[in-house]
Design a protein around this ligand. Structure first.
Ligand SMILES: [Fe+2]
Length: 232
């Protein structure tokens, strides 16, 4: 059974390419990207994600996508100024990789919260109703999402999305940050299953990290993304 949009306007696919472009409320205000601050301290997610793991992930890996995206934007600026040609195929692929990495890490870190202080438990509000409508019950959703995250080939993500055309929640696997992306599906929740997200804490045991992830999900944030998105 699908979730019914409780808004006066019909559901339309008005956020095409939102995965790469990002949400309007998250748009950078300047002409380049900056590393977003975490909404909690580096020790706050322990023991599920250690201080060392989180610090490395945020300050090194997330920062690397910020740096990479900005370098490519500068490359475009320079080429346009010099009226020089770029290898568009290669450059745009690289740009989508870095902007995808930037956006997905922002979503991921913001959909976590310290366990027992906003993180973990079960979904609430409209999101809980939509999950029940789509998956029958939360446990079924949790099982499917866990299987999706476990089965990502190589490096990538599992994300919960919502289709404005059908009014249905949808789970997607994203390889790397940008391969196999279906345009137009806004991300409601993300889990990073690149090894750099968990290797210090869990070595190669991705399943254990995904198990830990469920203790950190900030369901208020995910519900808020869902309600905001559906009402647009
Ligand atoms: Fe990551």
């Amino acid at each position: 059974m699908r979730y019914t949009c409780r808004v006066s306007a019909p559901c339309t696919n008005n956020d095409e390419y939102s995965i790469i472009k990002g949400d309007e409320e998250n748009m950078e205000t300047g002409k380049s990207y900056t590393l977003p601050k975490l909404p909690y301290g580096y020790k706050a997610l322990a023991p599920y994600i250690s201080e060392e793991q989180l610090t490395l992930h945020h300050l090194k890996h997330h920062q690397a996508y910020v740096t990479g995206a900005n370098a490519l934007l500068e490359k475009f600026d320079k080429a346009r100024k010099d009226n020089a040609d770029l290898d568009m195929k290669a450059t745009l692929k690289e740009l989508s990789f870095h902007i995808g990495g930037y956006q997905l890490h922002k979503k991921f870190f913001e959909n976590l919260a310290p366990s027992g202080a906003g993180g973990g438990g079960v979904p609430k509000g409209e999101l809980a109703k939509a999950i029940d409508a789509e998956f029958g019950k939360f446990d079924r959703f949790k099982k499917e999402f866990t299987q999706a995250a476990s089965g990502v080939e190589g490096s990538g993500w599992a994300v919960l999305t919502y289709c404005m055309n059908t009014g249905r929640l949808l789970i997607m696997q994203l390889e790397k940050h940008n391969v196999n992306v279906i345009p137009g599906y806004r991300i409601l929740m993300a889990v990073d299953v690149w090894e750099h997200a968990y290797y210090l804490d869990y070595k190669n045991d991705r399943a254990k990290f995904i198990e830990a992830f469920w203790n950190l999900v900030n369901w208020d944030e995910v519900n808020s993304r869902f309600v905001t998105h559906v009402k647009k």
